[in-house]
Design a protein around this ligand. Structure first.
Ligand code: ITT
Length: 184
């Protein structure tokens, strides 16, 4: 079964592609822009976008919604991460948490929908902390200020394959791939 990822984020698509290739699976990326609802949960957003994409493309699709949850901000920006990134960006987020504890986590929720299997959800989380200043130039979004647990480098100082080993997305995609590879 060839899987279609609907995403307009090339950085995200690259990380998915790399994991699929490592497992000898094909992944088609469709940069279709769906209407992203505002909701307090990544799952609600992913499920809504996934059904919308399926209704347009009429083939099995996957959609991922991810976000950065900062503990000192009670989980903000979470599901609003794309908006916060576009508006105040990395520097704005650093200003918001100046002098406060740096604990944070990334979460990824992947929604798969196909008429044979219905809706399936796969989750991944990566705990870590917010760096004092941006470091590194690879990746996308908040990568320059996120340091995963047990490491000193930010995600942006790692290559995408190294990031995939520990990241929220890497963990969620690995669960998706294990499910896709189950004999049926
Ligand atoms: P699509 O919905 O089209 O896939 P998007 O960029 O809008 O692309 P999300 O809503 O899932 O994707 O992402 C929310 C934002 O959270 C994203 O734009 C980044 O700013 C941030 N983000 C998510 N995953 C990230 C990661 O692995 N590294 C850095 N920032 C990330």
């Amino acid at each position: 079964m060839k899987t279609v990822l609907v995403s307009s984020n090339p950085g995200k698509a690259r990380e998915f592609q790399q994991l699929f290739q490592q497992h000898g699976l094909e992944l088609e990326v469709e940069p279709l822009r769906t209407v992203e609802i505002q909701a307090d949960s990544l799952e609600e957003i992913a499920v809504f976008s996934c059904l919308q994409a399926y209704n347009i493309l009429k083939k099995p699709v996957i959609v991922e919604d991810a976000g950065l949850f900062v503990e000192a901000l009670n989980g903000f920006p979470g599901p609003y991460s794309a908006y916060v990134y576009r508006t105040i960006g990395v520097d704005g987020l650093l200003r918001l948490i100046a002098g406060r504890p740096r604990d944070a986590r990334f979460e990824s929720v992947i929604a798969f929908y196909g008429p044979q299997h219905g809706m399936r959800i796969f989750r991944g989380e990566c705990r870590g902390r917010i760096a004092d200043e941006p470091r590194g130039s690879s990746g996308f979004g908040f990568d320059p200020i996120f340091i995963p647990e047990g490491r000193d480098e930010t995600f942006a100082e790692m290559g995408s394959s190294e990031k995939n080993v520990v990241s929220h997305r890497g963990r969620a995609v690995s669960k998706l791939i294990a499910w896709l590879q189950e004999p049926r």
